[in-house]
Design a protein around this ligand. Structure first.
Ligand code: SF4
Length: 169
């Protein structure tokens, strides 16, 4: 079951970076801190991310693996819209090649990420850009990169968490 999200205006990049600087607890895409949880079995560990997180409490989450999807796994793209459209029930998350519908797993993973943010008091989420779960400014839809956010990023932002990406750093 999904229901439409109410999203606040997106803060500017400067405002997002300021929120990150001030945050004590940060939810982070696990692949950005070295966990090999991506669909291709690799990580996206980044020195810039590690530097930005220095001195903070870090809550690494991978919504897709958290939902029970394996590593590696077939790549997924959004179809019919971006993350906010998935929550509104008018778009889906489909495997790029076979078209298998993974929407329910992606929704479950997003809810788990929100639960982790609440449990640990994270006010900011630093996420991997362009992912169908974690993308914050751009995601792939039907083979094309387009403005919009992923399923997890949209849910976190609707719950008042400031969301930014590795590409903001
Ligand atoms: S981008 Fe998000 S969903 Fe994808 S591997 Fe990284 S943490 Fe997991």
């Amino acid at each position: 079951m999904t229901e439409p999200l109410v999203l606040p205006d997106s803060p500017s990049r400067e405002e997002r970076l300021a929120a990150l600087r001030e945050a004590r607890v940060v939810l982070v895409s696990a692949c950005l801190v070295g966990e090999a949880c991506r669909f291709d079995g690799r990580s996206k560990g980044s020195g810039r991310v590690m530097a930005a997180l220095e001195g903070k409490e870090v809550v690494p989450v991978c919504p897709e693996v958290g939902s029970g999807l394996p590593v590696p796994r077939p790549p997924v793209e959004l179809s019919g819209g971006t993350g906010v459209d998935v929550w509104a029930g008018r778009a889906r998350a489909l495997e790029r090649e076979a078209g298998v519908d993974r929407t329910d797993a992606f929704l479950r993973g997003a809810r788990l990420a929100l639960e982790a943010a609440r449990t640990f008091g994270a006010t900011v989420a630093l996420l991997k850009e362009k992912s169908p779960s974690c993308g914050t400014q751009h995601v792939y839809e039907a083979g094309k990169l387009r403005p919009g956010e992923g399923i997890t990023a949209a849910l976190l932002r609707s719950e008042g968490i400031t969301v930014l990406s590795d590409e903001d750093l």
